[in-house]
Design a protein around this ligand. Sequence first.
Ligand code: PRP
Ligand code: URA
Length: 215
Amino acid sequence: MIRQFPGFPNVRLVSHPLIQQKLTTARKKTTKNREFRQLLNEIAGLMVYELTSDSPTRQVEVETPLQRTNGVELASEIILVPILRAGLGMTNGVLQLVPQARVGHIGLYRDEETLQPVTYYHKLPPNMDEAEVMVIDPMLATGGSITAAVTAIKQTGARRIKMMCLVAAPEGMKRMLDDHADVVVYTAAVDERLNERGYILPGLGDAGDRLFGTE
Ligand code: PRP
Ligand code: URA
């Protein structure tokens, strides 16, 4: 259900049928905000299962009502970093499965003319260097936003960083390979290309606007 995307050693395509079905519904232009939000959170919950499949664990002892036994727990803390706004649309879905995670926020928007990311907010928790960090953004288009976010996250000393996205364009995947090849990008789809306004084709439109009803 998960495979490396050819030519991109840092990209993993998550192709579980449930994820693909939900993504197909999210792409439809007739899907309204409420359902779109629900779908993105559901997909995120399914994807986090794959993102954590290689997370290190350690043995712990627990006491059942009858006796002591061995169990496991995650060896590292997980920190989520949604990129505002659209990353928020997947965060609750991840938190349902990883409720203990702390959450940092990075606020970025793309300048509509230059397509360059403009940063307006940063709030990251302490001890990022010891944690497994998941950056969350449904759209990887030119790659400008995620590259800027990962650069900021690395300045905290964090080194174990993964990205969760929904739809990736080859242009953004190439940018991540050039700038942050150590960050594995998990995506539910690799689309064809960007249009002249930097939107992913076929894509799903403006994810932030569709989530929050600002279109
Ligand atoms: C979208 C999306 C990404 C970015 C991707 O955010 O959520 O953050 O564009 O594009 P890029 O790869 O070319 O940088 P947007 O700038 O529309 O802001 P929003 O989430 O507040 O709507
Ligand atoms: N951001 C979006 O929300 N959608 C795109 O297609 C590209 C960037």
